[in-house]
Design a protein around this ligand. Sequence first.
Ligand code: HEC
Length: 176
Amino acid sequence: MAYREYKFGTMMIGTLFVIVLSIVVLFPSLQMAKIPPTATAVQKSKDYGSESGWTLEDPMMTGDNRPTMIGKGKVVFIREGCWWCHTLLPEQTQDWQYFGAPPTAADFVGESPTVFGSDRKAPDLLHVGSRLPIKGWHLVHHANPRAVQPKSMMPAFNYLRKKDLDALADYMASLK
Ligand code: HEC
């Protein structure tokens, strides 16, 4: 008897779960699948190869198995937590006047994961390669930000392997 009393409630909770999942996950991904990729999205898939997040083949996120230097740089960017301070998402406010145009959804078709970042504490980097195109500048700045910006509070990444620093600089320069 008791079981029957709970049956309706259980079914309602199950239905609610399915509805919420559809609204939050299923419908948006169906909608994204219909959007044709922009030239930026196509370029990014060439630059990064496939996945650049955590994978079973590369549990320590060394990025050494990536097909391109830019793809490796993106893995290092995620691993080192650059996205705790930097966003790759200029907003539709005064932001774009300095950081460049906000992206469109179609710019992210096929990209996994995206690195929109968290709460911004440092300059947006979506178009940093247009502002600062010289790889050597990034190499010096990543190893010791104070060398070029005396009051910078960005950590010095001089403990990284040379090939990681190299890949990071390539990744920065690719963000046009
Ligand atoms: C604790 C916060 C913090 C972290 C973590 C951090 N940065 Fe920064 N970054 C800053 C700040 C603040 C600035 C602005 C001052 C400067 O240029 O050093 C900056 C500036 C930059 C710039 C120059 C942007 C411009 O428009 O002038 C680049 C490129 C950059 N960071 C890359 C990185 C990369 C790559 C990482 C990870 C390896 C990283 N940052 C991690 C705080 C951070």
